[in-house]
Structure formats: structure tokens, C-alpha cells
Design a protein around this ligand. Structure first.
Ligand code: ADP
Length: 627
């Protein structure tokens, strides 16, 4: 076996480095000893060395490097040649005579490394040529592209599944910067890796401070961010090209030198802008996700997302371009609940950047994870680490809006969370966020009625809140681990931790909603369903609102009656609607009876009901009017 000393010597002689970066040594050992491996190291971690060094150490044998980044192949090969390591690349950019030259080099065993694009494996003649050469190892760069669960699935990578059969004796090693446990498993399975060494680097970028802000006056706030970081480099990501153009114009008008970058620009302009950024001529670049591959500017001090990216993988990769020199850097994301819809519309049209056709479910699932991250009140560093299958050790990262105490939460968060969790339990832990939110809002819809959920004690319990806010809180509770999401459908059930909150053993935090004013979900009557906005009471002040019948009622009174109904029902262990229907409660609120006669006129109040509950309800009305 080759000793560490000789590996270090090669490192020093050929690369001029004295030490290895994390996991490089382990990966190189695996390469030299012919073990399959999957190496997950953040961008800039030095993955190339992991397959280049073992290749350079071999006297004979070819290492195939599969990479989708054609533009970078030439640079890599030039760098190897400059070190005296024999290497070549074979792709569509070569002329016919250059191709012939490389083919003959392959046939004569001239190269230690050969860079190829995945689509090369569709060419049978080329594959036969490779089979006749002595391929010792295959290194697959950007290996997440093989998985539909990755953020950049490329159908061409599917061909890599046949590598094991094409080169039965070669060591296969997969390299990627982003891989969740799910993607990792997929890579191992698809490449038929044999008992692979699994090396996963540290994904936490402790020098980055993450902040998620509601998207209000975003342009002005971006300008403030740029001004705060005056003289530093920054990347601002937008979803759409037109947003790039508008923001570039705005910042330029505000006196900042900024350039745009998106796929709608011609190649020359794009290259010129990328070059201007890379050579420090300009510090601010405003781009769609198309920007960044291969950018090696390590002094980026801030990254702004003008809207939510489509997945946590994208977020990690794009924010990862900040602070690569190890100095502190800031990441801001302007989030709006509408972002999810924007992405879904883009997916439907099939033109998301880097999007392959199909796999809508995967895209939507990744979007939900991203949304949950934005809505969560859990430390951002911890959430990202967990997502990438790592344990985060600190209780307070001191480098995110949550841990820095910058987010605003509801005063009654725990009680609110208990109400939501109760609704999930009472509806049988079988429904999605919207349904549970509708029940809590007191929405009148046929399905809720049919399932008898309108008579649950939790029905209308959060009528003072907008349905959208409740949905967001449900997602927050899920992101914070108090609710679990079903594997098949996005239905929710209460976790152990959730039960701990329900029992009052643990506190919960819910974000102050972005929508300050209540607006309950409303359906058009012509659609055959009306939605009642239940009365609300804030701080004891009566506020009137519209009912299904279109008139105004005293919400504070309604709330008191509903609370009384809830107490009576609980006392007798019966559903609330058996005590009094919503319609009857509305009637009492409207008529405000203070004696038996008045009370008996309300629809739904017969002698039996009056005998059972009349006194309590009358007392409630009298106390309300008197108070
Ligand atoms: P990745 O593919 O993981 O994004 P690269 O292989 O492109 O990273 O390496 C990123 C940079 O780190 C390169 O400039 C490379 O020369 C440098 N590098 C790699 N390994 C070491 C090391 N052991 N010591 C110092 N610099 C290194």
C-alpha cells in the first residue's frame, strides 16, 4: 500500500500544497486502494484533487472524469498538463483532427486522465474505444445530477448506471457538493457502487449569517444592504429575467455599479459581465440562478435572494458563494408566501432554470421543504445541517435571524400552537394544512360538514386569524418538528414533540404573520358554498363582521357564547354542536335575548334546550350587555 508520505510528496511536488483539506486524504486513499466511494464536500472543498492525485500516482491506467461542465474541462486539463500530468478532454468543442488525436492517445494509453461529458456514453464506438483502453477508475463529478431528487437532474447522467457493466474492474467514485441523504442513497444505488466509502464533509458555513425577511419594500431594502456593504462584492438572485433587469436599472439609478446576468442575454454580454465581476471591475451582480457555476471569487460578502429559491439545495449552493474566504458574510432572503405559487407556475410551464422535464412531484416536494425552511422558527444553520443529513451541535449559532432574536413571534405562540395541534388530532391526523386551517377558521364547506368537523370544539377556534396565516403556522410547526408530514400526501400528524407542547411541557414559537389584517378565506357563493367569517374579538373590543347571511354581528358576544358552548360540551363529554348549533349561536348573538320569551324565539331553541342550557346562555348575554 502506498504510504502517506509518498502521497504528501506528490501533493507537494505536483500541486505545491503542504496539507490536505478535510476528507481529501481519505478520498485519495480510497482511490489508490481501489475502493468505490461517494465524496460529498462543499464547493471549493477541493474535490478535483481527490481523483487527480491517485491518477497522477499511477504509472499506467486511465482515470475517466465525467463532468457536465464542458467549459471547465479545458482549464482543468491545461492545469494538469502544466503540472506534467498527461491529460486530455473529449467533447463536442474539438475539431475532427483534435478528436482523432485524442482517440489515438486513448488507444496508446498516453493519458492518466480523460475528461468526458456524460452524453459521450451514447456513442458506442467511443465506449468501445474506452473499453479497449485500460480504465482503472471513473470519477463522476456533480454526481447529484444522476438523481431526480437532486436539484439539477440531468437525464444524460442516467447512462452512468451502465458504467459498472462497461468497466467491471474500475473503481467508481462519485463527487458532489450537495447531496441530502436521499440523493446520496440514490447515487450509490444508480451507480451500483460496491461497498462504497462514504465521506461527507461539514456543510455548516459558520461564517454565514442567514436572515429571512418578509418581502416588503424589498428594492429599498436591497439598496440599504448594498450601501451597508459598500465596496464589497455581492450577488443578488432573482427568479425572473425581468426582475434582474429592473433591479439592475434601479440600483444603477441609485448610483451603484451593478451588472445583470441571465440566460436571455447574448453570450458575449453574459461573458463580459461575468468577467467584470470575476476581475473585480464590478462588485454587484444581479442574476438568475444561471450565474455562479465556476465563479471563483472568494470575497463575496453578501448574497441576497429577492424571492425564495426553488429548493434548499439551490439555497445552500447560492448562499455558499458568499464568504468563501472564510470571513463573515451575510445572506438575506426576501420571502413571500406567493413565491411557492410563482415556482409552481414556472414548473408547469417547464422553464425553471436547470429544470428537466417531468419530476413535478420531486420539484414540488423540494419547494415545500424550502417553504418550510422560510417559515420555520428553528435555527437556520441547524435546519440546513439537518437537511443535509448532519447533526448540528450548538444551541445558538449566533449567526441567523432566529438565534439573534431578530424575528417577531406571536405573544401567545404556545396556546396558538396547542389549538392548531388539537385541531390536527381532532380531525384524525388525516388532512393537509389548508383543510385543518379551514376547520380552525370556521369555514363552511361541504366536506367539513360531511365529515362532522363543523361540530368539533376546534371548529372556528382561530376564526380571528386568516386562513393563510394558519397554514403558514402549520408549516412552521411541521418545520419545527411538532407535526410530521405524511409520506404519500401532505397530511399532518402530531409528533412526540408536538404532544409535549400539547401537554404544556414545551413551548412553541410562531412567527408574527406577514398579513397584518385578518381576511378569512372566502368562496364565491355561485360555487355553491359560502364561507362564514366568524366573529372575532380582540382585546375585549367588539368588532363586527359579516356572517353567511350577510349581516353584521357582535363578535365578542359570539365568542363568549362559543366558549360557553365549548365548556358545557366538555363538561358533558359531548360534541359542541349537540349543545347548540352555530346557527343558533348566531341567532342568540343577533337577538341578544335577556329573558325566556326572547330566547325561545331563536330558531333551534325548543323547551328542552331552554331547560337544559337557557339559564347559562341568558346569563352570558346579560353579562355581556351589562359589561
Ligand atoms: P471543488 O471541486 O470541490 O469545488 P476544486 O477542486 O475546484 O474544488 O478546488 C478548489 C480550490 O482549492 C482550487 O483552487 C484548488 O487548487 C484548491 N485546493 C484543493 N486542495 C487544496 C489543498 N489541499 N490545499 C490548498 N488548496 C487546495
Amino acid at each position: 500500500m502506498i504510504q502517506n508520505d509518498s502521497i504528501r510528496q506528490v501533493l507537494n511536488t505536483y500541486w505545491g500544497f503542504d496539507t490536505f483539506r478535510p476528507l481529501q486524504e481519505e478520498a485519495i486513499h480510497a482511490g489508490i486502494t481501489g475502493q468505490d466511494a461517494i465524496v460529498v464536500v462543499p464547493t471549493g472543498g477541493g474535490k478535483s484533487l481527490c481523483y487527480q492525485l491517485p491518477a497522477a500516482m499511477r504509472e499506467t491506467g486511465l482515470t475517466l472524469v465525467v463532468s457536465p461542465l464542458l467549459a471547465l474541462m479545458k482549464d482543468q486539463v491545461d492545469a494538469l498538463l502544466a503540472k506534467g500530468i498527461s491529460a486530455a478532454y473529449y467533447n463536442s468543442s474539438l475539431t475532427a483532427s483534435e478528436r482523432r488525436e485524442v482517440e489515438s492517445g486513448i488507444a496508446t494509453g498516453q493519458y492518466r486522465l480523460l475528461y468526458v461529458a456524460p452524453e459521450r456514453f451514447a456513442d458506442n464506438a467511443f465506449v468501445s474505444l474506452l473499453q479497449s483502453a485500460s480504465v482503472t477508475a471513473v470519477a463522476i463529478d456533480e454526481a447529484h445530477c444522476i438523481s431526480q431528487w437532486g436539484h439539477d437532474f440531468r437525464p444524460d447522467y442516467r447512462r452512468m448506471a451502465g458504467l459498472r457493466e462497461i468497466f467491471p474492474d474500475a473503481t467508481i467514485q462519485a463527487f458532489t457538493a450537495t447531496a441530502t441523504p436521499r440523493v446520496r442513497e440514490d447515487i450509490v444505488e444508480q451507480l451500483h457502487l460496491k461497498d462504497p466509502v462514504i465521506l461527507v464533509g461539514n456543510f455548516d458555513r459558520s461564517n454565514l449569517t442567514y436572515r429571512i425577511l418578509p418581502r416588503r419594500k424589498a428594492r429599498e431594502r436591497v439598496r440599504d444592504i448594498v450601501e451597508k456593504h459598500q465596496g464589497s462584492a455581492g450577488i443578488i438572485y432573482c427568479i425572473r429575467r425581468k426582475d434582474v433587469d429592473e433591479l439592475t436599472a434601479y440600483l444603477s439609478a441609485e448610483g451603484h455599479s451593478a451588472l445583470g446576468y441571465h440566460a436571455g442575454m447574448d453570450n458575449d454580454t453574459r461573458r463580459a459581465h461575468q468577467e467584470a465581476f470575476a476581475t473585480w471591475e464590478v462588485d454587484i451582480i444581479i442574476a438568475t440562478v444561471a450565474f455562479g457555476m465556476g465563479i471563483d471569487r472568494s470575497d463575496v460578502r453578501f448574497v441576497v435572494h429577492m424571492a425564495m429559491p426553488q429548493s434548499l439545495e439551490h439555497y445552500q449552493q447560492e448562499t455558499g458563494r458568499a464568504g468563501r474566504d472564510g470571513d463573515p458574510a451575510d445572506c438575506y432572503l426576501f420571502y413571500s408566501a406567493a413565491d411557492g405559487m410563482t415556482w409552481k407556475a414556472i414548473f408547469q410551464k417547464g422553464d425553471a432554470p436547470g429544470q428537466s422535464t417531468g419530476f413535478q412531484d420531486v420539484r414540488v416536494a423540494q419547494l415545500s421543504e424550502m417553504e418550510a425552511f422560510c417559515q420555520s422558527t428553528t435555527c437556520r444553520h441547524m435546519s440546513l445541517c439537518n437537511h443535509f443529513g448532519q447533526y448540528y451541535k450548538s444551541d445558538n449559532c449566533v449567526a441567523c435571524d432566529i438565534c439573534l432574536g431578530e424575528i417577531k413571534t406571536m405573544d401567545d405562540s404556545t396556546v396558538l400552537a396547542q389549538k392548531i395541534l388539537s385541531a390536527v388530532v381532532k380531525t384524525g391526523e388525516r388532512f393537509g394544512a389548508k383543510y385543518v386551517a379551514n376547520v380552525l377558521c370556521g369555514a363552511s364547506d361541504a366536506l367539513i360538514d360531511e365529515r362532522g368537523h363543523a361540530s368539533l370544539s376546534v371548529y372556528g377556534l382561530l376564526s380571528e386569524h386568516a386562513q393563510g396565516d394558519i397554514v403558514a403556522w402549520i408549516n412552521q410547526l411541521s418545520a419545527d418538528g411538532l407535526l410530521a408530514v405524511g409520506s404519500e400526501y401532505r397530511t399532518f400528524s402530531v409528533t412526540e414533540e408536538g404532544w409535549s407542547v400539547l401537554r404544556g411541557n414545551q413551548e412553541a414559537r410562531l412567527l408574527l404573520p406577514a398579513t397584518p389584517v385578518k381576511s378569512a378565506p372566502r368562496r364565491s357563493r355561485s360555487a355553491g358554498s359560502t364561507l362564514k367569517r366568524r366573529p372575532v374579538s380582540r382585546g375585549g373590543t367588539s368588532i363586527s363582521t359579516e356572517t353567511a347571511d350577510g349581516d353584521d354581528i357582535d363578535m365578542a358576544l359570539y365568542e363568549k357564547l362559543r366558549k360557553l358552548r365549548y365548556d358545557l360540551a366538555t363538561e358533558q363529554s359531548m360534541p359542541a354542536f349537540c349543545v347548540m348549533s352555530n346557527k343558533t349561536l348566531e341567532g342568540i348573538t343577533r337577538v341578544r335575548p335577556t329573558d325566556e320569551d326572547g330566547f325561545r324565539q331563536i330558531p333551534g331553541i325548543g323547551p328542552k334546550k331552554f331547560a337544559q342550557y337557557g339559564d347559562q346562555f341568558l346569563e352570558c348575554v346579560r353579562a355581556h350587555i351589562g359589561g
